[in-house]
Every structure is written in structure tokens, then in C-alpha cells.
Design a protein around this ligand. Structure first.
Ligand code: NAP
Length: 347
């Protein structure tokens, strides 16, 4: 059977026509689908369940998967990616992202870590490899937000650049097509853009209607980087440790609910359509078929009106869900120190 015929058989009858899912074209000419599937099980969903969702998500039309070594499930997602390709979908049609974890920033560890992800994901190259956080701290999996690494350090640009040089070598070796950042701030990105030989193509950052990060979003875009938005639905399944009493619920916001009602879709779809139309790439996580299918369909909805976009622009607030407390490096600090809110890198 031809690859095209196999791919057609693999395609679920109620799935989305892959051609209908728009893509962004990067400076390299590569094309990234405007929506991807997140794969972080938030400590609550098993790797097997996430891998099963990846396998089936491809059959309903997903081609973009956001992975990371720290999610602990790449070895289970690998067989799913292999099956997807065996079904006739070419590797070139997929977009696979992985991320370098914080305890692997030493240049000698960068290559080993990337090779491990390649091996576990059973692919010859990654489309995108991100430095997951700009802080080189080790933390045990599932640790509490009050946990502090004894050798935690602030962002040190010279150290980050040593890591970045090793990331650049991965591109030169052909292991990785693109490199990017995650959880960066404007002053940190300014330094990286000044010093990088190979520029990041994206910054992966928290983005949802209640946390729009307009200034960083604008900086990322005006610097030619693609914003990839995590927690695009407000991460309702996030771990207990990432919940605070001040948190708000995007999908219950009256503006989102009203738009969703008018369009006859779930509020999740309204959040995702807004994200895509604004220009970020949302990577919603789901292991429920009806949900991940509806999320992909959101990419094919008609445009929101200007009034809808303006109304959603008006509901942003300071609801950062992933605060990053574990990266703090000295006593008496608060999580805001990690995010350089006054425009300077906190030392
Ligand atoms: N770079 C970073 O530092 C970083 C940080 C955090 C996350 N991420 C990435 O971003 C991805 C997404 O973030 P996230 O998982 O925290 O948050 P999210 O995508 O905003 O929310 C996921 C939650 O929403 C539910 N959901 C999904 N679709 C739904 C729908 N249509 N209707 C109702 N509920 C729905 C899911 O439950 P069901 O499974 O039941 O559908 C899951 O509990 C992660 O998986 C990871 O890949 C990256």
C-alpha cells in the first residue's frame, strides 16, 4: 500500500483535514502548525495515557507535539511517533519539539540530553529544541514549590550563552532543525539576540486570556520570534502545587463564555481561536478524544470579530499560573523576581 493510502486509512473519519489547519512559516522556510498537542501530564496523567493520546491525536489531524525530557514520557511517546510514521505520515509532516531540562545546561550535557530525547522519541531530528528554563537548577520530580536547590543561581548570561553555543552545535550537526527559548523575559532575550550566532525561532511562554503578557508578546514578535503559548486554557488540570487562591479561571470568564455561546463551541475553543488569531501557537494538553479533537477544530473556526478580539484583550490580568518558585536562589525573594518585572535582570 502506498504511504498516501496508508495515511488516509489512519485518518479518523471525524478528524480534521490536515490541510485546513493553518501553519506559520519560519525564517528557515519550515512550516509549523498553528496548534500543537501538549504532553505534560501534570503529575496526574500517566505517560501511557499521554502516549495513547499522541497516537490518536495524529489520526484526528494533529501534526505538532510539544514534548520535554522532564515530562518523563518521551520513551512512551516514541513508539507512538513510530506508529504514526508507519501509518504513512512522513517525518517531514510532523513537528516534534523537545526541551533541555535545567540540570543539563552544562555544554557537555546538552548534546547527550538531545541525543537521549531523539532516542526516546525515536526520531532522527527534532524540529525544535528549547532551553526549558533560563535557570540551571536541579529539582527532584514532583517537588513542592517551597523546595530550593542548594546551588540555585540567578540568570548568568555568560553561562546561558555557553549552553546556547551547545544548542547551536546541535543545529550544525543536523540533530535539531531549530532552537528556541522558554520562560525568558525581555532583558534576557535582548542579550541572547545580541550574542546568538543562531537566533532562537521562538519563545515558549505562558499565554492565556487572563495572562496575555502583552509587552513580552510584542517584543517576541517584533524580534521575529514566534510566541508558543503554554497553559492556553488556563491549565485546569495543573498540579496542586501550582494553585493559589488568587488564581482565576479563563474558561469561566463571562467574555469567553459569551463568545463561546454565540459560536456554539466550548469556552476552550474560544480561548484557542483567540490565541491563534492573535498570532501565538497554543499547545493545549488533553487526553480526552472529544476535547483534543474539539481543540484542533478550533483552528478551523471562522475568525473572531474585531469586537471579540478587543473584548478578550480587555480581560488580561496578573494570573501567572506557572510561577517558578523553585528557581529562587536566595532567601526573602518572591516569584516575581524570576520574571524581571522592572525590565532588568534580577541578580
Ligand atoms: N515551556 C514550559 O515551561 C511549559 C510549562 C507548562 C506547560 N507546557 C506545555 O504546555 C502544555 C499545555 O499546558 P497545560 O497542560 O498546563 O494547560 P492547558 O493546555 O491550558 O490545560 C490542559 C487541561 O485542560 C483540559 N482540557 C483540554 N481541552 C479541553 C476542552 N476542550 N474542554 C475542557 N477541558 C479541556 C485538559 O483535560 P483533559 O485531558 O481531560 O481534556 C487538561 O486538564 C503542556 O502539556 C506542556 O506541553 C510548557
Amino acid at each position: 500500500m502506498s504511504a498516501a493510502a496508508k495515511a488516509k486509512l489512519f485518518h479518523a473519519p471525524d478528524g480534521v483535514d490536515v490541510e485546513q489547519v493553518p501553519k506559520h512559516t519560519l525564517a528557515t522556510g519550515a512550516r509549523i502548525p498553528v496548534i500543537g498537542l501538549g504532553t505534560f501530564g501534570s503529575d496526574a496523567v500517566s505517560g501511557e495515557t499521554v502516549a495513547a493520546a499522541v497516537r490518536d491525536a495524529a489520526s484526528v489531524g494533529y501534526r505538532h507535539f510539544d514534548c520535554a525530557s522532564v515530562y518523563g514520557n518521551e520513551h512512551l511517546i516514541g513508539p507512538a511517533l513510530r506508529d504514526i510514521q508507519a501509518s504513512g505520515i512522513n517525518r517531514e509532516e510532523l513537528w516534534v519539539t523537545s526541551k533541555l531540562w535545567n540540570d543539563m545546561h552544562a555544554p557537555r550535557d546538552v548534546e547527550a540530553s538531545c541525543e537521549q530525547s531523539l532516542k526516546e522519541l525515536q526520531v532522527d531530528f527534532l524540529d525544535l529544541y528549547l532551553v526549558h528554563w533560563p535557570f540551571p537548577n536541579f529539582h527532584p520530580p514532583h517537588c513542592d514549590v517551597s523546595s530550593r536547590s542548594p546551588d540555585a543561581r540567578p540568570y548568568i548570561h555568560e553561562e546561558y550563552m555557553r549552553t546556547w553555543r551547545a544548542m547551536e552545535r546541535l543545529v550544525e550537526r543536523g540533530l535539531v532543525k531549530h532552537i528556541g527559548t522558554s520562560n525568558m523575559t525581555i532583558p534576557k532575550l535582548r542579550l541572547l539576540l545580541r550574542d546568538a550566532e543562531i537566533k532562537p525561532v521562538c519563545n515558549e511562554m505562558e499565554l492565556h486570556p487572563h495572562f496575555q503578557q502583552q509587552e513580552l508578546f510584542d517584543f517576541v514578535r517584533s524580534s521575529g520570534l514566534l510566541p508558543i503559548g503554554y497553559c492556553p486554557l488556563g491549565s485546569p488540570g495543573r498540579p496542586e502545587r501550582d494553585r493559589t487562591p488568587e488564581d482565576t479561571v479563563d474558561m469561566e470568564d463571562p467574555v469567553i463564555v459569551a463568545i463561546a455561546r454565540r459560536l456554539n463551541v466550548h469556552p476552550a475553543a474560544a480561548c484557542l481561536k483567540w490565541a491563534i488569531q492573535r498570532g501565538q501557537v497554543p499547545i493545549p494538553f488533553s487526553v480526552k478524544r472529544s476535547n483534543y479533537l474539539a481543540n484542533l477544530k478550533a483552528a478551523t473556526l471562522p475568525s473572531l470579530t474585531l469586537a471579540d478580539m478587543q473584548a478578550i484583550a480587555g480581560i488580561t490580568r496578573n494570573t501567572r499560573l506557572v510561577k517558578g518558585q523553585v528557581f529562587l536562589w536566595k532567601a526573602g525573594q518572591s516569584w516575581e523576581d524570576l520574571w524581571d518585572l522592572n525590565g532588568e535582570i534580577t541578580s
